[in-house]
Design a binder for this molecule. Sequence first.
Ligand code: ADP
Length: 384
Amino acid sequence: MERLVTSNLKLGIIAGGQLGKMLIQEASKWDVISYVMDSEKECPAASVASHYINGDRLNYEDVCSFGKMVDVLTYEIESVNTKALKKLKEEGVKVKPDPEVLELIQDKGLQKQFYEQHAIPTSPFTLFQGKEEILRAVSSKSLRFPFVQKIRKGGYDGQGVAIIETEKDLGKLLEGESLVEEKVPIAKEISVIVARNEQGEVRSFPVVEMVFDKQANLVERLTCPANISEEQEERAQSIALKLVNSLEMSGLLAVEFFIDKRGDVIVNEISPRPHNSGHHSFESVITSQFEQHLRGIMNLPLGSTQLKMPAVMINLLGEPGYEGKVKYEGLTESMAIEGVKIHLYGKKITKPFRKMGHVTVLSESLEEAVGKAEKVKNLIKVKA
Ligand code: ADP
């Protein structure tokens, strides 16, 4: 008997950004009816959703009334009213991943405590009420340079993170409840996406390596497979699987790691949703991260995560200095390069460093894919 993949299953997605859009693209293969709630009518997912609902994801009433319209409710961003999600779950709506998992992940302090409780390797940390308390700890020498301050709630894409190397950086300290952790001597940043369904079946995607744009503090390029040792690959995957099992969650968990200068693999942070570092999977893996998330939240068998071809992904970011109605340059020229796959999210307005789309480059060898990605990076410009 068909359980969930039927033409009348209603899938609700809170927030309609690019992750929601790509999730719907995959859901539509199964003829699922998609509902998306966002405060912006022209959000990327609205163009592909069966139904668009206007609403504020942080508003209790909006989330509750949206949840009641659907059979399975998920979200594509962490900042959602979890009180409303918990209420919906109590009333029998299938909210996946669980609201309790989201609540834990929303708070970087609770995340770190969870790692500690489950013996997951992470950098040592202390929780602070705010800036003043951090300054007192610095004066009393109980906190030593260099360190990294992170606001416990609401940070994203490097906002809410202050790297304090010396006394001169103390002016960068942020207001609000924070965690302070040791600055890791980073050799590499990698990510592993894992999936789990209610039956406890788990799968891991191949490890990806993230190279950061220092100015924008966003991923500049990601490569799969990652250029790391087999031992590090196995270590990262086993930690990610341990995390998804300890959280007993359904759906995807993206785990970001640092590899330090000694070669140790340590967890930085986790997200319970499709992730920028998994976009390449659309073309390069047998089951994309979006399809796998759907399989996970609908309690369907998980799909193969075998890599079909080496891949490089680059984000298409708004050029600094341009804001307004978006104009793309270089798309056609890029498409002429063998193995180049372009994704535009459909955002009407560009801003400096805004994620407007991405490009995946597939090639027989990773080196060749990196070279082609460099060419594409020079060709495509997102201007206004
Ligand atoms: P966000 O959730 O906003 O993406 P992250 O925790 O990923 O924040 O931090 C953003 C970036 O800051 C990381 O990708 C990394 O380059 C740097 N960073 C974060 N924590 C540390 C740390 N403990 N040591 C050194 N660098 C760090």
